[in-house]
Ligand binder design. Sequence first.
Ligand SMILES: Nc1ncnc2c1ncn2[C@@H]1O[C@H](COP(=O)(O)OP(=O)(O)OP(=O)(O)O)[C@@H](O)[C@H]1O
Length: 320
Amino acid sequence: MSPGPDVPGTAPRAGGAPSGPGAEPPAPVLEARGLTHAFGAKPVLRGVDLRVDDGEIVGLVGPNGSGKTTALRILHRELVPDAGQVLLEGRDLGGYAGRERAQRIAVMAQEISGEVPLTVADVVLLGRIPHSGTFGSTSDADLQIAARALEDCGALHLARREFGLLSGGEKQRVLIARALAQQPRLLLMDEPTNHLDIGSQHHVLRIVRAKNLATIVVLHDLNLAARYCDRVVVLADGHVQSKGPPRVALAAHLVSATYGVAAERAMADDGITQFLFRGQEPEHGSSTPATSAIPFTKTPTVGATPPADTAQETTDDAHR
Ligand SMILES: Nc1ncnc2c1ncn2[C@@H]1O[C@H](COP(=O)(O)OP(=O)(O)OP(=O)(O)O)[C@@H](O)[C@H]1O
């Protein structure tokens, strides 16, 4: 199916690019053309086009394994595609030095790795590194920007806490604050609402909405996508299945076909489209694979010691 032309979105916006009769449309903050990538022999992206304008939130949705994270990795050059081009503010992304790129693109990490226990303030100040001087010293301006970012995310009170000891929801807010402290032109987020309770999911996306930044966000929850995104790009098996404002890209029949569920749309009190889902029975009977299709063999049972983690599980079970 052809996804058709990109149509400007309709979700509420805090501002955005100037428009009007005769106005020249501004260049997208980021544009990707024909992204194509395979891991080994497995094609994962097949000619994906994407763009995000200033002040716009674009939701990248699609079933598991459809290529969303791979696309996001390409958009900040963690991964170089087999074919296709990414333009950041009209310039090929490959032509930017790493530091220049980091000054413009913030990626909201899922976690912070490392052995050293960092405070929340340390974590947010990491976002200032692409902007800091030759010796990486922290200026008063950096401290103010970091504090403001934490405040915007409702997390200033956590500043002195050890990051690793925070709850999942607290960590998410701090990681958004870090991305905002980077003062990027483009914000990339991979499932920022993962593990969050419903109130925190909305809180996180409201923070992003209020920042009025060009943002591409991978989301699984189509109701959040419909509510917070100006436009949505639906990936399915590495293709763009549909794209446009949520009411267009997330038409019920498209959602049903893409996810294999019965989807109905309803209108919330505030006029935003929301979905109701009913799972569908698998078309071909039981999900148990035929024995001949199982791609591994049984381990011997007589006298065999189970692997350590299996043994642990069994022991734990005994105490439940
Ligand atoms: N580094 C890699 N090496 C090999 N295969 C990979 C690699 N990264 C991803 N894949 C495969 O590429 C496909 C797309 O993965 P990707 O993570 O982009 O999907 P996704 O849409 O983000 O999925 P999900 O919704 O489950 O997070 C999957 O089949 C995955 O197994």
